[in-house]
Ligand binder design. Sequence first.
Ligand code: GTP
Ligand code: MG
Length: 375
Amino acid sequence: MKKVINRCKGCGIELQTEDKNKQGYIPSTSLKGNKNPICQRCFKLTNYGDYIPMEMSSEDYRREVQRTANSAQVALAVFDIIDFEGSFDDEILDILREMDSIIIINKVDLIPGGKHASEVANWVKARLDDEGIAPLDIAIVSAQNTYGINGIVRKLNHFFPHGVKAMVMGTTNVGKSSIINRLLGEKKVTTSKYPGTTLKSTRNVIPKSKITIIDTPGLIPSGRISDLVCEECHLNIVPSKEISRKTFKVKADKVILVGGLVKIKILTDEEIKPIFSIFASKNVTYHDTKEDRVEAMINEHTGTLVTPPCDVCKDEFYSLPTKTEVYDLVVGEELVFKGLGWISVKRGPLKVEVTLPEEADLIIRDAFIQPKREG
Ligand SMILES: Nc1nc2c(ncn2[C@@H]2O[C@H](COP(=O)(O)OP(=O)(O)OP(=O)(O)O)[C@@H](O)[C@H]2O)c(=O)[nH]1
Ligand SMILES: [Mg+2]
């Protein structure tokens, strides 16, 4: 006889009633006759915000997403507009080259000053063109305030009038499960501010439609600064409110500390007087200081005036090997720190020497937020 496997409706993990300390645990009394059982981890996460990290390797996640991709007809690939580079992952792009897709750009509520959906879509389309990816369509949404959510259903009905199995995919924390709950009209799958919430694929049918929507675990990309700090600092770096834009007009040889995470030394000649803005979560501090003060600032103030990192993770963070690189940027370009934020040049050229952990990725891109015109 085929064994019936019960899965958690929140995160997709196989349920078990034997071992409290292993993943998928549910007390047998809660499982019996329950049509929508959820594991203890999802229960604690949803009701108390308690986070229990799971030991799942990147390889486990990858296998699960690949397996699901084989049974789906369309991929709904979700990217976080605030950490676009951190979510625009090569492995995801590889899957998109092989199957029909609709691209979903989420978290547009966090863009400072707002931005027209068509502008965002054009910018994303150019990036996809560069990668040789031609999606069926692009949806600009906010799972937070439901902006654009109905548009996803409209697009799916348009391209697949007879119904479809749609797989939602993307890196961790981009809002895949939040989007699914909005599509379903109820909180069915587990969401949380911590990365790695969804563990296995879960299927649901969107009410009054022939669309099966499949949630998948988030792929863990490399190179995000937010993954190099503790969980609390992670939450401070990944914004939950509109991000901040801080504008600098600093002299050559000054150093700007972005939290204690990235050191930016200005190398532009005195007479040019560059102006640039840094975009990041409001919980990241900035200091502009002289180079000979940097060490003292970090030693004396990390965890208080200079943060993240905090007192808990600063020793580990500062023991990571670092790299120092020089970048020449012109107006209309942005230097992006994956999993942290970006510098946008308002008056240039801007030459900077950047010091940060070796495993953190930097990317130069065409500006997402065009600099305001200088008066
Ligand atoms: N501001 C804002 N936050 C969002 C939005 N969508 C999701 N979030 C938040 O992003 C965090 C992650 O959301 P999830 O839906 O759990 O993300 P996920 O992609 O399913 O994550 P994993 O299951 O870990 O891969 C949560 O704190 C959400 O509240 C959005 O449109 N705007
Ligand atoms: Mg999820």
